[in-house]
Design a protein around this ligand. Sequence first.
Ligand code: SF4
Length: 383
Amino acid sequence: MLNLSNNTNNKTHKIEPDYIILRKILRKALSGKRLDNDDLIILLEEQEEKAVEEIIFTADTLNKKINSDKVSYVVNRNINFTNICGLNCRFCGYKRTKNSKDAFLLDYDKIIEKISDGIESIGIDEICVTGGINPELKANPDYYFDLIKAVRNNFPKLHIHAFSPQEIYELSKATDKNYAQVIEKLVNCGVNSMPGTAAEILAEETRKKICPQKINTAEWTEIIKTAHILGVKTSATVLFGHIESSGDLAYHLNIIRRLQDETAGFTEFIALPFISPKTSLGKSISGNRVIGEKRVLKFYAILRLYLDNFKNIQTSWPKIGVSAALKSFDCGINDFGGTLMEENITKSAGGKFGEFLEEKEIINLIKQAGKIPVRRDTIYNYI
Ligand code: SF4
């Protein structure tokens, strides 16, 4: 049942039965009124099965109002150009040190070859370019700019979705330029949009525990805001299902919703469940803990209810598997994500759900779930 013991400021909550409070929140969301922080905490803390079913049902109803039965997807390829990283995020199974036997830094020819392969084999519209924070590149920041130039020169029409706020921060330090100058230079080289990754959890205390060397919340927010002001769209993300509390998630989602109010620069929200098996954080919290499907689906539903300024909320098939991803279309989700072609990050953390789905498989899966598949580009124009 709902635990309202923390809501000491709200006397009404104390005398109302839990199900009445929940229904009021759900009605509020359905009628288009904005949920507040207390509402969000109540939804996040709710465990009772029937209540969770109501949350999911309401999210599904709301999603149908916004997106009807359409489920979009993008035909894309990930380009992870290096796995060498000088940071030590505790949830990461991807990073390697320079001397690891499977460490790599791709040269431009290899990157162009991978993109050509993606275009010829499946007709990709987008590449998503990110990598580890490779210490060697600090002395050679031109690697980043020249990489984008090389891709743009070879593929004038391809959408280049590149570099997380962490990478922008590192480039800013390495080039002695501010964030706006770095982003502008990347755009001039050919970048179209940016991933809103490296957000992890924006509640500072927990953030410091899971990724102590990463940019802090203020830096992440400033970089994203700068990109949006310059007209560069980004995604928004959260890493959940590790040591974060409901309060941490509420804090994170509030920052994201406020930023979207200010800039309208986020294209979508992507909630990434923590994949634990091969990570130090996973080993330290409870052996090889894997976040359960029910918890993921409930969180997706809450996102639909709380993020009233987001049209697009994406499932994460490499992390939760195709079967759970299909169920998520009845829980408020309207986007399947991409073909990916090469998904290294989840796999390295112990994910077991694959790294590539062909477009025709995605179309069939979406139809199987009773939905209408729609191919889109990175910024959600339907193709
Ligand atoms: S998450 Fe990224 S920045 Fe953090 S250790 Fe892994 S590769 Fe490096």
